[in-house]
Design a protein around this ligand. Sequence first.
Ligand code: CU1
Ligand code: CU1
Ligand code: CU1
Ligand code: CU1
Length: 584
Amino acid sequence: MAIRAVFFWALALQVVGVFCDTLTLNWNITWVEANPDGLMTRPVIGINDQWPPPVVNVTKGDRIVAYVTNHLGNETTSIHWHGIYQTNTTYMDGVPGVTQCAISPNYTMVYNFTVDQTGTYWYHSHVRGQYPDGLRQSLVVNDPENPYIGDYDDEIVVSLSDWYHDQMPELLKQFINVENPTGAEPVPKSALMNDTQNLTVLVEPGKTYLFRLVNVGAFASQYFWIEDHDMEIVEIDGIWTERAETDMIYITSAQRYSFLVTMKNESDTNYAMVASMDTDLFDTVPSSLNWNVTGWLTYDESASMPTPAIKQSFSPYDDVDLVPTDGQEMYTDPVETITLDLSMNNLGDGANYAFFNDISYVSPKVPSIFTTLTTSSAATDAAIYGTDSHAFVLEKDQVYEIVLNNDDTGTHPIHFHGRAFQVLYRSAVDAGHYDPSANVTFHSVPARRDTLYVPASGHFVIRFKANNPGIWIFHCHIEWHMDVGLAAIFVEAPMYIQEHFTVPENHYEICNATGVATAGNAAGNTEDVYDLTGQNKSVAPLPAGFTARGIVALVFSCAAAFAGMASIIWYGIAPFKAPPITLQ
Ligand code: CU1
Ligand code: CU1
Ligand code: CU1
Ligand code: CU1
């Protein structure tokens, strides 16, 4: 073949994406010291002794092969690729108890998957409570067929985060505690922009930039705006949207927004970019807390970095109104509507927990993927995944609807692994439960995203097609709520998984390292998969008629009574041994 012809075909194949790259990541997960808010140096979890961890950048069709070695010494770990669909590789999703076992110290897990989608994502540990200690960062998938190609000059990735000074294991102990019966979440100490409070973004006059905004925080939603510059939203959670102009974005934990900003033509002034944590989420706002973080669009490095003006009110763009550019129409005729009522309440230990339909999620003894693979036809029975693992089994390629009713007075960012779902409707605050007979208007070309907030005491309605076989966890992305059980799992096309999926040997080795079983039902029973004796269960409920406040009072009165009895015994039986101390 003539050289020219070879060149032509190489070019042609590249255009259709046949030549894709592999990004190999050798990641040692390590403790590092950092002080991102300038207030306190603390241990954080980094990668290869660096913190912040690296931003990952790939192109649609690329393969990621990540060798993740746990060098923490004192904690297990994992990596979840938030928003990546993991089509045909559900076991690479990174969720201990669902799609894998947690990686023990000194073990290496290999994540190997192709990225067949585009947009703005992030990666983070999915081990209980771990990512807010630092193991989280942005992940960008470039789109060779980007509908806005040519409309901007450069891209800028901006992460937002809340930040704590104490480590998560200690904060979790305080949070899930009889002395915190209302479930007041630890309030962050500060807010970060690209893991600093001193971000300057160099820009050139007249140019247009695509900003990729990622909230990698544990808890706080943030309002974001740029002084004297409008933004045009063009992407949410990996879905390109029609341009939508706004001067403010509300971004919950785990959400992403891309927007275009055109710079001014003059160049002698710098402009503040502000992120402001939604303090309505906090039970108390400490007087010492600065809930804002400022960065600057820097036209002139020698000019001053202005202090932003104070906002009296917030009116962000409503993401439900965004329209995907691909025009995907609303799915019709769902085979089933799954209704989930979200609540928060106390269990028998007096601590506060979170529930979907009165079930507070607990990890099964056998990660659910292995239950699917080893239980033959019983894998289609939700019960075998465990009472408190709260499984729903989905039939392949059917359309499902989820109605989420929020019986709690807080906002919750709800995330579904394995897909971007259609957002048909979200109510106003305090609207109560969804009423199908109310005939609200659904969007005919609905917004799609993988994390959607449900308003305080309100509801949302979403739909999706079960066309991605896998085990997908559905949970609140406020890490505190996730850790007290605000999760359920969707077992999508279990028989297809049995027939087509093989979990790599490496994943079994990771389980063997900690003695976690890889066969049987949620209790590890391989003989009778309908016998769940010994399964993991959530804390038992409070006895009827008791409240957590009552339990706290009871604990204190019991302690007082015990002290009284002890002093009677002490002074009554052995007064001669220990004369009372005479106060001076
Ligand atoms: Cu995720
Ligand atoms: Cu996530
Ligand atoms: Cu939540
Ligand atoms: Cu998750």
